[in-house]
Design a protein. Structure first.
Length: 70
């Protein structure tokens, strides 16, 4: 997660905790972490950083919902 500065790491940890509570079980916490990492990679080159954590959380939740429903 190279794009996230030290101020955002705490926010990503809070996102991770929320999504683990929401989706585990049936999913494994590693699935949550992978989806968050995928989301962070998607915004690696973003110039405007204000809403990245919100976008990462929404994208991860969407992916996790799809995984949980399969």
């Amino acid at each position: 997660m190279a794009i996230i500065d030290t101020n955002d790491v705490g926010e990503l940890r809070r996102i991770e905790a929320r999504l683990i509570v929401r989706f585990c079980p049936p999913l494994h916490p590693d699935e949550v972490r992978r989806c968050i990492a995928d989301g962070a990679a998607r915004y690696e080159s973003a110039k405007v950083r204000g809403y990245i954590s919100l976008l990462i959380e929404r994208q991860a939740a969407e992916q996790l919902r799809a995984l949980a429903n399969r």
